[in-house]
Design a protein. Structure first.
Length: 164
């Protein structure tokens, strides 16, 4: 007997503004131990998570988008300033990994945000995210060891840039 297909696998990916009503689902996404190990981040407690998102949503320099597939909230993608650079970062719920959603979402936000260059940093053990960036035209510009902080785990990172 064939299992019914997952509608989120074949559905078009869409971006929309992140709404405060999304935050409980997004908190659950970031609270997944496999996901935060893959991203090499320490999860935020609920109060810190909501405080950070309040700052993100209020900052006009940040383009914060919810990612949906088949109408289901599956993650977020953001463009944000880091010192004098624009960076992109994304988070996909683990139950939706391996479906091309991050690649589609990255292509959509790159069409929306015209600023170039755009930078990204990825833990070198995060092969899926590295593939996403390479598929979307980013180039590896280097590697560096990033020490542990309150937010990030110590890891080797690959540095990326999309020049045009």
């Amino acid at each position: 007997m064939n299992a019914s297909p997952d509608p989120a696998r074949s559905a078009p990916v869409r971006l929309r503004r992140v709404e405060r009503e999304d935050l409980p689902v997004l908190f659950e996404h970031q609270n997944d131990p496999d996901a935060y190990q893959m991203a090499a981040v320490h999860p935020r407690d609920e109060a810190s998570f909501h405080e950070r998102w309040a700052q993100t949503l209020a900052d006009p320099q940040i383009t914060a988008r919810a990612i949906t597939a088949a109408g289901v909230l599956v993650g977020t993608i953001n463009c944000f300033p880091v010192e004098d650079e624009v960076h992109v970062g994304y988070w996909i719920a683990q139950s939706h990994w391996g479906r091309g959603i991050a690649t589609q979402a990255l292509r959509l936000i790159l069409a929306e945000v015209a600023t170039r260059p755009i930078h990204a940093r990825v833990a070198e053990h995060n092969a899926g995210s590295i593939r996403v960036l390479l598929r979307c035209g980013f180039e590896i510009t280097g590697h560096k060891h990033s020490p542990a902080t309150d937010r990030f785990m110590a890891c080797e990172e690959a540095l990326f840039v999309l020049a045009s």
